[in-house]
Design a protein around this ligand. Structure first.
Ligand SMILES: Nc1nc2c(c(=O)[nH]1)N[C@H]1C(S)=C(S)[C@@H](COP(=O)(O)OP(=O)(O)OC[C@H]3O[C@@H](n4cnc5c(=O)[nH]c(N)nc54)[C@H](O)[C@@H]3O)O[C@H]1N2
Ligand SMILES: Nc1nc2c(c(=O)[nH]1)N[C@H]1C(S)=C(S)[C@@H](COP(=O)(O)OP(=O)(O)OC[C@H]3O[C@@H](n4cnc5c(=O)[nH]c(N)nc54)[C@H](O)[C@@H]3O)O[C@H]1N2
Ligand SMILES: [Mo]
Length: 834
């Protein structure tokens, strides 16, 4: 047993292991106020919330309050480990400024109201709009942070109850490209790989993914492989010197926005050297010839120029991915939020298809998710896609959903692709939409081009409902605020990146009158009296377990089949990966192990899009292209970003995350250890640019784009010259003045552009042009962590530590396989590939 300051040492103690071995356990525990395990009344099963890794944990309860957390050794995902946000973040639940009563707007001010009054207003406005302007005047904007049961209920309410196509989630900002890339390549959403691929891989490639900071426990798994015998080689593609880049065998600090060129360059070398599994390509794919022709135009010299990386490094990277025997790739926001997002992410799939690296231990793709429950938003169709990965443009699949929902097919909008959130803003702007109901997301900080978002959402004619746990920037301008119960205060399931489903049980009561999001949706459905075609209630469930059962039926026979799962199966042992069926009662470790995809025309979730224009393909085109349902190799040319540096705006602006904060900080900003580690905004510049601008560590600069400005102190970091980085976490809820119109703000999205990927409609948060100017000399170093990508390169800056309040107990155990289930399965974690 050791104690570790997990702010200072985010990844904790190493437990090295070798290829094919089981990752040792290390149980991390943090209890507040010097309490020990003996002081805990109960441990309640759950999983981590502030990222998508799905680390299993138990919540410690004492006197009806949450007092800490402990990792679950038996779980396949984390083998007991927890990251800093998991360890300290729960403290926000007990924050004194939680919303405890509904609020309604009276004479311009928000005042407390009863649930009856608040829900009455929501229902009244919904009915009036339905009667006067129809279903398309109403929109829903949800989250990647609710539970499966909640999304499913919302999807039924919005699609079949209201009948609107305007349903999206903040997953649009997050993993829309993951879903799009999976659909383009494999015909259907659904993660091919498994985290256990880390145990087996001899090469791991991270594309635009700062795993060390954003999925810190998965990174711990990688670090433990790197510390053990026969470690994997690591490729990092990222313009910043992230902890991943520091650990990498090859780091390509490519110019932002050039991912497609870079991937085409890697594929050029892979094909040119014949590092191709010709049998796999012939047996399981279509489109190889197009790729060959396309990448012929991307020789290393040309790509090195476009991406501004050394030719030798590019060749080394190609050799690394081209000669690996077990290649694992991960992709995240450096691709998804950048120029040509889907086209770039698809090239990573192509790399695996041409090398035949899918569906076997160590051979996998993880098109990552970001939020804890983003997978559920997608599978339940709360992001506008149809529930159970059904294809909106396939009449038979729509009819099948209508059967499950007991409605006529025409009651489910399917005449066009689902409306994406930026398009909804446009409809709110032009007046065709009159109501937006926002749950568990904070668009006034997280959407691009905030000046515009504020002006659209604060119009008098827009009826804005916000369902949140705090009075966020968005809640402050709402017409009705609904106080929600959150993680630890309600029961539900959620699914992580590698399809592992966890149960999160209610540990304590919510504060005041706050209600579970599920109960709010159920109440709305009751008040609206939605009915199925035979007159029975449309929403015929009443609690989490019955909602889960309803979803299981909807998932039956679909790729994300949950039919053999139950809350009981999820209790006690490890989380379970879908599909989980009678045939595979213990879940399924990897998809597509047999080279068969959900891509046959009758079952595919989508017919695909043109990777350049985003235009949807017709069913007939798709049938002609892919009659046998093979994986699709889709090539794409590199096109430069729309907004490129100019004389006036000479820098490329990149925005993103830091290890200690989560999104708009409504939770991590209220957890003292985390907030102290990264208390305020900063501006990352390279040493070379700092010299050219005559600025130094701590000097306050203005970063300006054509849309707005942000002011903050400089951190001179290892970022690529010509690029400026801003963390996007810092909004206005905890500043005194709030945002002053016209003045420089602190939210990165003051600067970002209203522009999106043609295929996935994901906004481009990572490619814009900006200029940097000195405002005043500084007196102290920037408030940026030293343990992360923002580590200073030269100046002496005090190291980021948490101090005694951040001490975490770590107990390293023997390597042990996760708790076996009643019957054994050949696909159980750690069993394969030895
Ligand atoms: N600590 C922490 N963890 C989190 C979250 C959090 O807020 N805080 N949020 C969660 C969520 S919802 C998400 S979506 C994930 C996101 O996780 P990540 O995608 O890992 O995080 P980001 O910092 O957004 O972006 C990753 C990297 O992309 C690089 N990048 C920028 N532009 C380009 C480009 O054009 N090409 C390439 N190759 N790279 C580029 C940036 O330098 C950055 O280091 O994290 C999850 N985990
Ligand atoms: N510039 C820039 N912008 C970005 C990104 C970037 O990299 N750069 N990343 C984008 C990405 S990937 C993401 S995921 C988004 C995240 O952006 P948001 O979704 O806006 O961020 P959060 O702060 O997580 O907002 C969640 C809200 O839900 C509330 N909440 C938490 N739990 C519950 C609950 O159980 N019930 C209810 N009803 N409410 C709850 C929180 O208090 C908070 O207000 O930001 C996007 N915006
Ligand atoms: Mo995200």
């Amino acid at each position: 047993m050791t104690t570790v300051d997990r702010v200072a040492q985010p990844w904790g103690t190493r437990t090295p292991y070798g290829p094919g071995e089981t990752w040792p356990t290390r149980v991390d525990q943090f209890l507040a106020d010097g309490l020990t395990a003996e002081d805990v009344d109960r441990w309640v099963q759950s999983a981590s919330l502030l990222h998508s890794n799905g680390d299993a944990l138990d919540i410690a309860v004492r006197d009806g309050r949450i007092v800490g957390v402990r990792g679950r050794a038996a779980d396949r995902v984390n083998h007991g480990r927890l990251g800093p946000k998991d360890l300290y973040g729960w403290q926000a639940n007990a924050s004194p400024d939680r919303l405890t009563r509904p609020l309604v707007r009276e004479d311009g001010r928000l005042v407390e109201a009863s649930w009856d009054e608040a829900m009455g207003r929501v229902v009244e406005r919904t009915q009036a709009l339905l009667a006067e302007r129809g279903a398309s005047s109403i929109g829903f904007y949800t989250s990647g942070q609710l539970f499966l049961e909640e999304y499913y209920t919302l999807a039924v309410v919005a699609h079949a109850g209201i009948g609107t196509n305007h349903v999206d989630g903040n997953t649009r900002l997050c993993t829309a490209t993951a879903a799009a890339a999976l659909k383009e390549s494999f015909g259907c959403d659904g993660q091919p790989g498994s985290y256990t691929d880390v145990d087996h891989a001899d090469a791991i490639a991270l594309f635009g993914h700062n795993m060390a900071e954003t999925q810190s426990v998965l990174w711990t798994r990688v670090l433990d492989r790197l510390a053990g015998p026969n470690p994997p080689r690591v490729l990092c593609v990222d313009p910043r010197l992230t902890p991943v880049a520091r650990a990498a065998t090859v780091h390509l600090a490519s110019r932002p926005g050039t991912n497609v060129a870079l991937m085409n360059g890697l594929l050029h070398e892979v094909l040119g050297h014949g590092w191709v599994d010709e049998w796999y390509v012939a047996a399981h794919t279509v489109g190889f010839a197009d790729l060959e022709e396309m990448v012929a135009d991307y020789p290393p010299e040309r790509v090195a120029r476009i991406c501004d990386v050394p030719v030798a490094d590019l060749r080394a990277a190609a050799e690394l991915v081209g000669t690996a025997d077990r290649l694992l790739s991960t992709v995240l926001q450096g691709f998804y939020q950048s120029n040509q997002a889907t086209a770039a992410a698809v090239q990573v799939n192509n790399l695996h298809l041409v090398r035949g690296m899918l569906g076997a231990p160590g051979r996998g793709v993880l098109q990552m998710n970001g939020q804890p429950t983003a997978e559920n938003t997608r599978e339940c169709g709360a992001d506008g896609d149809l529930a159970g990965f059904r294809n909106w443009s396939n009449a038979a699949q729509v009819a099948d959903l209508a059967r499950v929902w007991n409605v006529e097919p025409d009651a489910i909008p399917h005449w066009s692709p689902p409306t994406h959130v930026i398009q909804m803003l446009r409809y709110l702007e032009d007046g065709s939409m009159g109501m937006l109901w926002v749950q568990a997301t904070n668009p006034l900080v997280s959407l691009p081009e905030l000046g515009r978002v504020r002006s659209v959402l604060s119009q008098d004619r827009v009826f804005l409902v916000v369902q949140d746990v705090f009075l966020s920037e968005t809640a402050q301008i709402a017409d009705v605020v609904l106080p929600a119960a959150t993680w630890g205060e309600k029961t539900g399931t959620f699914t992580n990146v590698d399809r592992t489903v966890h149960l999160s049980e209610k540990a304590v009561d919510p504060p005041g009158e706050a209600r579970a999001d599920l109960d709010i949706f159920l109440d709305f459905a009751r008040r609206m009296d939605f009915r199925g075609k035979d007159g029975s209630p449309l929403v015929h469930w009443h609690d989490p377990a019955s909602a889960f059962a309803a979803w299981q039926e909807c998932s039956r026979g679909r790729p994300c089949d949950y039919t053999a799962m139950s809350y009981d199966l999820l209790r006690g042992g490890s989380g379970v990966q879908w599909p989980c069926t009678e045939e595979h009662p213990e879940g399924t470790e990897r998809l597509y192990a047999d080279g068969r995809f959900w891509a046959a025309p009758d079952v595919a979730e989508a017919y695909g899009r043109d990777l350049v224009t985003g235009a949807p393909m017709e069913e007939t085109e798709y049938r002609a292209l892919n009659p046998e349902g093979r994986a699709l190799i889709k090539a794409a040319p590199y096109l430069p970003p729309h907004e490129i540096p100019s004389e006036e705006y000479p820098f490329q602006l990149v925005t993103g995350r830091t290890l200690y904060q989560f999104h708009t900080r409504t939770k991590t900003g209220r957890a003292p250890q985390l907030d102290r580690a990264a208390p305020d905004v900063w501006v990352e510049l390279s040493a070379q640019d700092a010299v050219a601008l005559d600025v130094a560590e701590g000097d306050v600069v203005e970063v300006r784009s054509p849309r707005g400005a942000v002011e903050g102190p400089v951190r001179v970091s290892g970022i690529r010259p010509g690029v400026v980085f801003l963390p996007f976490h810092y909004g206005y809820w905890d500043t005194e003045a709030g945002h002053e119109p016209g003045a420089a703000g602190r939210a990165a999205n003051e600067l970002t552009i209203t522009d999106w990927d043609a295929c996935s409609k994901q906004p481009l948060f990572k490619t814009a042009a900006a200029r940097v100017t000195l405002v005043r000399r500084g007196t102290a170093p920037a408030p940026a962590p030293t343990t992360t990508a923002s580590a200073p390169v030269a100046a002496r800056v005090p190291a980021t530590v948490g101090g005694p309040a951040a001490e975490v107990r770590e107990e390293v155990g023997p390597p042990r396989a996760p708790t076996p289930r009643p019957t054994s399965s050949p696909t159980a974690d750690g069993e394969e590939g030895r």
